[in-house]
Ligand binder design. Structure first.
Ligand SMILES: [Mg+2]
Length: 381
């Protein structure tokens, strides 16, 4: 398989409402789409979003590394996807987000050529799978805004079938956050409810939070403390917390997973394609978690389109089960770039929604062109 040409689209898509995290306010999805055309004229699409506080990528840096990777890819013979990562590493060190974007577009082409949905290809390649058929993946919804708004949103979304939740904490005082958590946990009794501090708490406050009665009903807490704290702090938090400890910013791939497994410092991890460098490395991470009886949350960065959503869901269908839910962030966009976006059905996403060969969704090129970020233009390679 050879790439004849490529277009790179830097996009900005407004969110339904701003999403406040402890260290940033997100008002639009800054994301990059890549369209590859192969020798047969097929088009394969990839996506990666900026995440300055998670991967260090800005729109400019991501565009530059994707452009570099793609230019180096033209003319190469892309054989088995097993070798994609090795081929990327021959031309560019690190830069997981750019590699995940190119990997997604190449896999879209590869599985279209093989006339198979990406999820089915990944499931076939996953020797660790034990279930007989793919299971529906529960979608996780973020809650935010005033407590009244969080309560009314949670009630309305619960009516639609959602049972997995994430409460962003760390912007308010510990007491205020604990109060929100208590009230929301009471409303959502029996559901999978988590909090995510995005590194905002110090170790003492994190321990206090986990030991508080108000937080006792939580299913897990995600990345309470900064990723650059020493391992001993994570070990201490894990020892002191009765609530399972999830990690996100601390985990970028197999290397960190092995370190935290060795230290017995966590209960589960959040995997994003922009961190792992694509779905194939993410599948290896998911299987490592599974072998060690650790939990898994799948996530897109806030926010990515149906394209990343479909690739991440495909990973979920290949893994078997996603107990901590899938944060599918196209739910927060004012509009998607696909005519048939991937949507929640009773709070779940099902493999039957990705029945087409390839990644399973196709962007509408006109819509893509309409949302090119201000001051940027499409790049032809
Ligand atoms: Mg997180």
């Amino acid at each position: 398989m050879k790439i004849q040409r490529a277009e790179i689209y830097p996009l900005s898509i407004p969110l339904v409402e701003p999403i406040k995290m402890s260290r940033e306010l997100i008002v639009d999805a800054k994301t990059v789409l890549l369209c590859l055309t192969d020798e047969q004229g097929r088009q394969g699409w990839g996506e990666a979003s900026v995440a300055p506080l998670m991967t260090g990528e800005t729109l400019d840096s991501l565009l530059a590394s994707i452009k570099y990777l793609v230019e180096e890819s033209l003319g190469l013979d892309w054989g088995s996807p097993d070798r994609f990562a090795e081929m990327f590493n021959r031309v560019l060190y690190s830069n997981a987000s750019a590699k995940s974007c190119l990997e997604m577009a190449l896999l879209d082409l590869y599985t279209q050529e093989a006339s198979i949905p990406l999820w089915q290809y990944l499931r076939g390649a996953n020797t660790a799978i034990d279930e007989t058929a793919p299971v529906a993946i529960p979608l996780l919804r973020m809650l935010g805004g005033s407590l009244d708004k969080e309560l009314s949103d949670a009630k309305a979304l619960r009516e639609l079938g959602f049972r997995h939740w994430k409460i962003k904490i760390g912007s308010l005082s510990l007491e205020q956050d604990l109060h929100r958590v208590k009230v929301l946990c009471e409303l959502l009794d029996g559901d999978t409810v988590s909090v995510d501090a995005n590194c905002a708490l110090n170790l003492a406050d994190a321990i206090l939070f986990c030991e508080s009665e108000e937080a006792a009903r939580l299913t897990f807490v995600e990345q309470l403390i900064p990723a650059d704290l020493p391992m001993d702090d994570f070990i201490e938090l894990k020892k002191r917390s009765a609530i399972p400890i999830g990690l996100d910013e601390s985990i970028h791939g197999i290397k960190e997973l092995k370190q935290f497994i060795e230290a017995k410092a966590f209960s589960g991890a959040s995997l994003k394609l922009i961190k792992t460098g694509g779905v194939i490395p993410a599948l290896a991470c998911a299987n490592l978690l599974k072998r060690n009886k650790l939990e898994l949350n799948l996530a897109c960065k806030v926010a990515e389109t149906s394209l990343s959503a479909a690739a991440t869901a495909s990973l979920g269908f290949a893994i078997g089960s996603v107990a901590w839910g899938f944060s599918m962030s196209n739910q927060y966009l004012q509009f998607d770039i696909c005519d048939e976006p991937l949507i929640a059905i009773n709070g779940y996403v099902k493999s039957s929604q990705l029945a087409h060969s390839g990644v399973g969704v196709t962007p509408n090129i006109n819509r893509v062109k309409e949302v090119i970020a201000k001051g940027y233009s499409a790049i032809q390679c």
